[in-house]
Design a protein around this ligand. Sequence first.
Ligand SMILES: Nc1ncnc2c1ncn2[C@@H]1O[C@H](COP(=O)(O)OP(=O)(O)OP(=O)(O)O)[C@@H](O)[C@H]1O
Ligand SMILES: [Mg+2]
Length: 230
Amino acid sequence: MNQIEIRNLNKVFKTKQHALHALNDVSLTIEKGEMVAIMGTSGSGKTTLLHILGCIDHPSDGSYRLNEMAIEQQSPKALAHIRNRDLGFVMQDFALIDHYSVQKNVLLPLKYMKETKLRKERAARLPALLEKLHIGQKQHEKVMNLSGGQKQRVAIARALINEPDIILADEPTGALDQKTSYEIIQLMRSINQEGKTVIIVTHDPSIAAHCQRIVRIEDGKIIEDGANVV
Ligand SMILES: Nc1ncnc2c1ncn2[C@@H]1O[C@H](COP(=O)(O)OP(=O)(O)OP(=O)(O)O)[C@@H](O)[C@H]1O
Ligand SMILES: [Mg+2]
């Protein structure tokens, strides 16, 4: 099943002086369970694409179907629900709340969950998840007191707590050393092997090498899309 289906998508940012064509006629389909790297130089449109995939931003035109649902037809409330239930986002700038503890940041996505039993079950997994990401000892620490790499792992834990079907990660290893990057990519792979779709924006060829498919984007256009043959 095509979980993600984007057709002829454009994104134009209009400023006072000019219009910037950040995505130019992009079409992309991703099936459930794929692990995809999105690569490209700085400013090529990777984050813009990921924000649209994550229903955080809207395209200027073109269509986006997610799980066979036309995203452009959804109400803001429905989109908030989709984001919370189906998508886990690791932002390029982490987007954590600095004066909240690690625990409070990671549990935020559960706050809006109505099913009390499920919410409790997921919250109960917090210590194991933090342990897996090597930030177990920081559970009660405020995020502002953490290192860049630790913040990145808190952002990853927050994306995973809800067990979403799709993980969207924008440079998830950008601030990490080689060893920790390797651990993070192994974690992403194990999540993928559980059947989840993983989409990672990265500059790092050694991270992309772990993905089955690489999409290259340049000047807002997809210039290459294929299986990662090693
Ligand atoms: N809100 C905005 N308003 C105006 N222009 C924007 C906006 N967001 C992004 N852009 C422009 O769109 C282009 C693509 O930006 P984007 O953030 O998608 O790049 P990127 O590939 O993620 O780069 P990087 O690797 O540096 O993160 C850039 O030229 C950027 O300046
Ligand atoms: Mg970016």
